[in-house]
Design a protein around this ligand. Structure first.
Ligand code: SGN
Ligand code: CA
Length: 523
């Protein structure tokens, strides 16, 4: 598929497919589709009503899914922000793009990236919002990024001339305003565009817009069935520090600030709160003060405290999603009003999934389902006819080749992802991947999730935790979808273990992960 000849055919064929149905005025080249890629931070499918109706309503996201496609098996390759962004930009696994973890890496912006290739092919490229790759962006005609994680209120932005500018307001609105301003006033309207809208929300510590604070306060969120997991037979799961009961901070995460109370992360919360102006603070305090007063008066303990923490976590997260959903609606409305929607691919995804109390957790990192999954819904440009669910296994390394193919750019051989365009056309390629590779590196670090790599098929998952431990885990996702029973080494699993190790080794060789030399797999 990737030899020179077939690449040529592939490109011409895809241009023809996309171009044949788009407006092709005389003497003009076929209009190539625009791309709007919206990536939120830590937004998990459990908190999108197009995936899961248990918790909240997200009407604008549902609109994308309803009119377009919903991927039901969409995954990341390394469940963490910087690594996920680097995979998306390069179409390569972390060991190839060099950005393995948030704490020690700097993205090498001189390497080949999808935005650079789009730019070379005549696209206008832009990114607004969270970048999180330490070095400054390359390959963008316009960029305006948050320093590090950014702030919810009155955030700073690093602008293209390397100034830091503080903008007044709430982050999700501002990122959307800047994005729409680029679309309306700053781009070259004679060229197709690729715009990355990278939200900070709903990253920890889940601070909602003041106008949304009152939402979800009457809702009682039921515990997920694995909330009280005791991690039997799963050493790495037992060793993490991302438990709602033990690790979630009352002041920083749950906003119970009072001068006479201390907590480990209090000063960080004071910094965030301190950025608000007097009007924002007044609205914030009007909402949180009565909750704070009642909390310290009632002083819940034990199970009651855990229950209280869970409700507050879910409510804060849910109301922070509201602004995201509203702002996605603004983008869709703008594209529609400007007559751009018909020829624009709109992608909505997250940098990874997140735990909403499953296994008792918040955060991500693990190769377990909730954090390896990431939501992926798309509004398709004309010429791509698939609608509804796409069940094939896809990964975030697939976005780069997808966008390149849509733009009529030859996908370079060293890109490791697969173009999703055949799936978006409604095809079911017989040779689509039936297994996926995953590798997480950030240890020792916050939340203490151990290093691990593994393979997932539609039925099974095999994981090897390494570094300061040497532990294998095997799950049968059909009989144990919540991954509570590690069956590695159990009688009767010999054959499937052998097959999965063989597959894991094949993927490590295929993707050229040097970890194979450190831990050679003996089948
Ligand atoms: C921060 C958070 C962590 C989170 C990482 C990575 N701590 O360090 O809870 O896991 O970001 O998140 S905080 O105290 O600073 O909020 S990522 O999505 O950017 O990878
Ligand atoms: Ca994230």
């Amino acid at each position: 598929m990737k030899s020179i000849d077939s690449n040529w055919f592939y490109t011409v064929a895809s241009l023809a497919a996309v171009g044949s149905l788009v407006s092709c005025q005389q003497n003009k080249e076929p209009q190539r589709p625009n791309i709007v890629y919206i990536m939120t931070d830590d937004h998990t499918a459990q908190m999108m009503s197009c995936y899961d109706t248990r918790y909240i309503e997200t009407p604008n996201l549902d609109r994308i899914a309803r009119d377009g496609v919903r991927f039901t098996n969409s995954f990341v390759t390394n469940s963490l922000s910087g690594p996920s962004r680097a995979c998306m930009l390069t179409g390569k696994f972390s060991h190839k793009n060099g950005f393995t973890d948030n704490t020690t890496c700097k993205f090498d912006g001189s390497q080949q990236t999808m935005p650079k290739l789009l730019q070379q092919a005549g696209y206008q490229t832009a990114i607004v919002g969270k970048w999180h790759l330490e070095t400054l962006p390359t390959g963008f005609d316009f960029w305006e990024i948050l320093p590090g994680q950014g702030d919810y209120y009155n955030p700073d932005f690093i602008t293209q001339n390397n100034d830091t500018v503080r903008k007044h307001g709430y982050i999700t609105n501002i990122i959307t305003d800047e994005s729409l301003d680029w679309l309306q006033n700053k781009r070259d309207k004679n060229k197709p565009f690729c715009l990355f809208i990278h939200h900070k929300a709903i990253h920890r510590n889940w601070m909602a817009d003041t106008c949304d604070l009152a939402l979800y306060e009457d809702k009682e969120f039921p515990y997920p069935e694995t909330f009280n997991d005791t991690y039997e037979g799963r050493l790495a799961a037992a060793a993490q520090e991302m438990s709602i009961a033990k690790d979630m901070d009352l002041i920083y995460d749950l906003k119970m600030l009072r001068p006479d109370k201390e907590s480990r992360l209090k000063s960080m919360y004071e910094q965030f709160y301190g950025r608000m102006d007097s009007v924002q603070k007044a609205a914030w305090d009007r909402f949180y003060d009565p909750i704070i007063e009642q909390f310290y008066k009632e002083n819940p303990q034990g199970e009651d405290l855990v229950h209280w923490k869970y409700q507050r976590y879910m409510r804060d997260y849910a109301k922070t999603v509201k602004s995201l959903d509203d702002n996605v609606g603004r983008v869709l409305d703008y594209l529609e009003k400007e007559g751009l929607l018909d020829n624009t691919l709109v992608v909505y995804t997250s940098d990874q999934g997140f735990y909403m109390g499953e296994h008792g957790w918040f955060d991500k990192r693990f190769m377990y389902e909730e954090s390896m999954h990431t939501p992926l819904i798309m509004h398709l440009p004309k010429g791509l006819d698939k609608r509804g669910d796409i069940p094939q296994m896809v990964q975030n390394i697939d976005y780069a080749p997808t966008f390149l193919e849509l733009a009529g750019v030859t996908v370079p051989d060293d890109i490791q992802g697969e173009s999703l365009v055949p799936l978006l056309r409604g095809e079911s390629p017989a040779d689509w991947r039936t297994s996926m590779y995953y590798h997480f590196y950030e240890f020792p670090a916050e939340h203490m999730v151990k290093r691990h790599y593994g393979v997932r098929t539609d039925r099974y998952k095999l994981i090897h935790f390494y570094n300061d431990i040497d532990v294998w885990e095997l799950y049968d996702l059909k009989n144990d979808p919540c991954e509570m029973h590690n069956i590695y080494g159990q009688e009767g699993t010999e054959e499937i273990t052998r097959e999965l190790k063989k597959e894991l080794k094949r993927l490590q060789i295929k993707y050229d992960d040097p970890i194979l030399n450190e831990f050679p797999i003996n089948e």
